[in-house]
Design a protein around this ligand. Sequence first.
Ligand SMILES: [Cu+2]
Length: 539
Amino acid sequence: MPPLSLCARRFVLGLRTIANALSPRPLHLLSVALLLATAMPAGRAQAQPPEPEEPEPFIEPAESHDMTEVRAVVEAQPAKNGRWDTLHFRMPINPVHVALMRNGKVLVIAGSGNDPDNRRWQAAVWEPTGNTVRTFNLTWDMFCNGMVILPDGRPFVLGGTLKYDPFIGEPRTSAFDPATEKFSALPKMSGGRWYPTGTVLGDGSVLVDSGLNDANGKMNRTVQIWKRGAWTAAGTIFSGVPLYPRQHLLPNGKVFLSGASRDSRIYDPRAHTFTTIATTLFDRPRDYGTSVLLPLTPAQGWKPKVMILGGSGPMATDTTELIDLSVATPKWVAGPKMVKGRIHLNATLLPNGKVLVSGGSEKDEDGATAVEEAQLYDPESDSFAPASTMELPRLYHSTTLLLPDATVAALGGNPRRRRYQSEVEIYSPPYLFNADGSPAKRPTLGRITPAGALRYGAPLQVRTPDALHVSSLVLVRAGAVTHAFDMEQRLVGLSFTAEAGVLKAKAPANGNLAPPGYYLLFIVGDKGVPSMAKFVRLM
Ligand SMILES: [Cu+2]
């Protein structure tokens, strides 16, 4: 550990006392690393800076609170607030990682599931429509991996856990075939990665960075790109890189890193360099906050805007920030505040372009301060509206995922080791209800032409009897969520013309706007009601 200045030491010890008062568990090395990083903000990293000292990551794993009692919540105005329903079905494994596959089923990965003594590493395929689930064993521990979905539709698992306490990262990777429901090993990365982030780039290659290595449990400093079946080195990570960095591919082909650290950076996949472009308004790292690339729409010229929400610790912030990345000198500006501070929250893009913000707690790891009020962020009005109330706390290791029927599944929550929230909740947004609470009539999505893969810029036709009453046609990339962040989520709107029975559009112009892979195609009616989605493959 680097030597501390007296001031930093006092700061660390002060926080340590607070943290110990909150938690019976002794603070371990990563917590101290977090506090250090908080106490001493990292300098602005330039391209490939010399690295005199191993920087320590910002985010610590969190666990230590009890599940709370289930209580009934009845939503009186579903057409206004939407509605949460708790399924009778329970998830048989800890759903730390979830990915929506091209067949509508969900890959759920627990690995050891936050239990150091559990050597039975598991995953599952969950079918949300019938609520069937099939669990199976894994040959290595995929707990705390990074996961994206390859352009061919296979979830791609990057690293995981080799050892607990202190955590050592796993260098292995594996791809899951949705058809055969089997994993196959792919080449190892440059070293272990525990808490890495993967980002699919415009050409379908995959960037991976961050994560603790398998040599000494320190940061894996190599940035790598997966291309044509092999890993290549793609630069060196900057000093003070957070674990699970929040990353988004921008329409210019570069990658924006929005947190958790205060300095926001751009990674150039060609030059392999990081450049700091902005600093958050919030004066600490937003640990376990989340980040969303807001909808890329034709009305906005597909200009990229990113929103960051909540995070920090031990007390969470209720603040949000927005950045317009289409301007020459991007700057964070304050967004509306959330109803309460949230750490370990989730944010999910809906087909109508709004963002469902749910879960988390005001105090880190504390179920008693769980924020069960969900909210909908509207990028057009830049404001939040209530989105009813969840029944259960959703803290550390909870996930949310947009499903093809335009509802959102909320799973898990596991701040205390060996226990997790097994109940699954489904959010039905207001658009699914009439004023009297009955189901809204949805536009009918008919045949999509071409039937096979959709090429960039190519004509696209969507049959629908509701063609003259459609307000938007959107592609929503199938999500892959863990640790309060969806590494895949992205909504790309398409401009179209409507004739009786058919919408005529063009596929997104290129892979930087919408990286190759599988998307949910929705049409949204003029009253805001989305159709059921169909998967399309973009390439
Ligand atoms: Cu974790």
